[in-house]
Design a protein around this ligand. Structure first.
Ligand code: AP5
Length: 217
C-alpha cells in the first residue's frame, strides 16, 4: 500500500498516519518528523532545515526529496508506506512520481484530510507530543488521562512543538494555501484523490480512510 496523506497543518495527518501504520504494519514516513530528528541531532542537514521550519516556510526541495529518496529504499518500505507531509508542492509531487515510476510502484491513493481553517489554529496551539514515544494529544480535544503524562508510555515529557505558536502557524497555513493546496488538482487529475471530512472524531476519520483504502488497493 503506497499512500499519501495530504492536508493542512493540524488536519490530522500525523494522528491518522500512526493509526494506519499500526493497522497495516507499514511505516509512516513523515518528513516533518525526519527533519525534526535531524534538527535535534544537530546534523548539517538539520542546521540547514531549522531556519525554514522556525519560520513556517518549506525546507528546500533538494533536502526533502533527498530524504524521501533515501527513506523509500529502506527494507521496511518494501511492502508500502504512508507518506505524511510529503509531497508539499508540485516539484515534490513530480519528483515522487518519477521516483515511483522508476521502481514501477506508483502511488495507489492520496487522502485529503479536509478541515476548516478556524479549527486548525485551535488544534495546533493545543497539540502536545510525547517526546519519548511520539504520541499526539490535544489539551482541548484529546488530553491525556493523567495531566502531563503520556497514556501510552507513561513519560511526563509532553511538549509543545516550537512551530506551534500563532505567528508561525499563520505562516504555515499560508504556505499550505499557496504551495500545497494545488496538489489537490494534481492528484484529482490522476484519479487518485479521496477527500475525507477531517473534522469528524479521530475514530470516524480512521474508519472512512480504511474504507477508501480497502477499495483502492
Ligand atoms: P510537519 O511536521 O509535516 O507539520 P504540518 O504539515 O504543519 O502538520 P502537523 O504535523 O502540524 O499536523 P498534522 O496534520 O500531522 O496534525 P496532527 O495529527 O498532529 O512539518 C513541519 C515543518 O517541517 C514544515 O512547516 C516545514 O518547514 C517542514 N517540512 C515538512 N515536510 C516538508 C516538505 N515535504 N517540504 C518542505 N518542508 C517540509 O493533529 C494536530 C492536532 O489536532 C493534535 O493535537 C491532534 O490530537 C488533533 N487532532 C487530530 N485529528 C483530530 C480530530 N479528528 N478531531 C480533533 N482533534 C484532532
Amino acid at each position: 500500500m503506497r499512500t499519501v496523506l495530504l492536508g493542512a497543518p493540524g488536519s490530522g495527518k500525523g494522528t491518522q498516519g500512526e493509526l494506519l501504520s499500526q493497522k497495516y504494519g507499514i511505516p509512516q514516513i513523515s518528513t516533518g518528523d525526519l527533519l525534526r530528528a535531524a534538527v535535534a541531532a544537530g546534523s548539517e542537514l538539520g542546521k540547514q532545515a531549522k531556519a525554514a521550519m522556525d519560520a513556517g516556510k518549506l525546507v528546500s526541495d533538494e533536502i526533502v526529496i533527498g530524504i524521501i529518496r533515501e527513506r523509500l529504499t529502506q527494507p521496511d518500505a518494501a511492502k508500502g508506506y504512508i507518506l505524511d507531509g510529503f509531497p508539499r508542492n508540485l516539484a515534490q509531487a513530480q519528483a515522487l512520481d518519477e521516483m515511483l515510476a522508476a521502481l514501477e510502484q506508483p502511488l495507489q491513493a492520496v487522502i485529503l484530510l479536509d478541515v476548516d481553517f478556524e479549527v486548525l489554529m485551535k488544534r495546533l496551539t493545543g497539540r502536545r507530543t510525547c517526546q519519548v514515544c511520539g504520541a499526539i494529544y490535544n489539551i482541548y480535544f484529546s488530553p491525556p488521562q493523567e495531566d502531563q503524562r503520556c497514556d501510552k508510555c507513561g513519560s511526563d515529557q509532553l511538549i509543545q512543538r516550537s512551530d506551534d505558536n500563532e505567528e508561525t502557524i499563520a505562516n504555515r497555513l499560508q504556505v499550505y494555501q499557496s504551495q500545497t493546496a494545488p496538489l489537490v488538482d494534481y492528484y484529482e487529475a490522476q484519479g487518485k484523490l479521496h477527500k475525507v471530512n477531517g473534522t469528524d472524531e479521530v475514530t470516524e476519520v480512521a474508519k472512512h480512510i480504511g474504507q477508501i483504502l480497502e477499495t483502492a488497493m
